[in-house]
Design a protein around this ligand. Sequence first.
Ligand code: NAD
Length: 485
Amino acid sequence: MSLERIGNWINGRPALPAGDAWLDKFNPHDGALVCQVADSGAVDVDRAVAAAAAAFTAWSEMTPVRRGQILGDLVALMKRHADELAACIALEAGKPPEDARGETGGAILQAEYFAGEGMRLHGRSLTSGTPGKSSHTVRVARGVAGLIVPANTPIANIAWKVFPALVCGNTVVLKAAEDTPRIAQRFAELTREAGLPDGVFNVIQGRGQPAGAALVEDSRVAVISFTGSTGVGRWIAEIAGRRLARVSLELGGKNPFVVCDDADLDRAVHWASLSAFSNAGQRCAAGSRLLVFRKVYDEFVERLVSKANSLRLGVESGCDLGPVINRRQQQGILAAIAAVGAEGGRVLCGGGPGEGALESGCYIRPTLVEGLSADSGIARRELFGPVATLHQIDDMHEALALANGTEYGLTAAIHTRSVDRAMWFAQRVRAGVANVNLGTFGSEPHMPFGGFGASGNGTREPGVEALDVYSELKNISFLTRSELV
Ligand code: NAD
């Protein structure tokens, strides 16, 4: 049987890459070759952007209500195909079925929320200092939106950007993650079934360089929304900034999880484990810096190590975490763990690849490291894997100083029974999301999510705030005569 090849999606149909170049895509669970994906280049991007540009006028002139209805039909299809979409993600991203279904459900909720915006897309009505003058604001589509996503939660990442971009009247070129090509292709097929006009939604498969970069550099792309690493985000901001294209950056995190001496330790261990290890730690919002009051440190660490050792690795039902996305990621994380000894760190659990039947996959056992200074190596650098560092602290001031001690500022969590401590910390921590007695998780579809510092550039997606990324505001004024004619 010949190997399946996943190409691009341009102008409402599949499109082969112009250079006929292909990348191998491996299953992260067992290392098996699963398919090939288009290694697209500038010519493919040019075709996709041309299709999106040609479709823009008709799509942007359609009423938002109608756009919302078409997107609502797409949501219905996602619901109908939810099990199949989840199975696709589970295979190509290496996830237990419960995780893949949860992520698909989250994506559908996100999609539903933004499809509903078609009936809102509110502006404001304003008063005027001029008698007889009335003013109001409307939202206007920006043009072609270039959307670039990573592989960690692929269907959620797609829904998060595509639905607000489309409901605002933009047309889209999605640069899919190279490690999760099939889910992007399935999503594209559903857009056609839902009746999205040709050219409104396009997919480019392939690597960041050259495919993603060509999208960023294309002067016809009016808005770029990027979720990925901070280094790439900085480059995108520079390139797109030169032509003043709108840029929304959702970047990395090194998120603090504080455990106070009055915390409910059962609950703190539960949330610390989920924060650090769920989705194999491949979450921008992963809790990878655990800051624990000295008084409860030993007890908390003992319980958390035992919890980490009890987690089941694999992709079968009931497993707690799967592999990381590819061999390069796995090797990079293992090398970083191997280096902690030289910096005074001690690996308390995990620290190595999967064992036995999991040896051939890209697994990393849940890893906790203590003894590192809070400003050393992996205590500050995002690894994007199931690895967290533990740090002893003496009081709330130290908790806040260490929480704010990285260049990032995405999410933060604190566990305490004291409302005063919780509010003191939540108000001062430099993070776009601050959670009390929860994990370092993001928000819900109707809540803003984004970060301070190197975690982003100040935009917020999703929530209604996403509409500001994907639309321009226009103020329209009328002057009417004061006497009746
Ligand atoms: P990455 O930056 O390597 O890649 C992300 C996407 O960008 C991929 O599609 C890739 O092909 C593309 N890309 C790479 N170089 C590019 C370039 N020069 N021009 C255009 N596109 C390019 O990131 P990754 O390792 O795939 O993902 C992990 C990172 O994403 C982590 O830093 C994580 O914190 C971050 N992330 C952030 C959020 C958030 O909402 N803040 C959510 C998920 C992941």
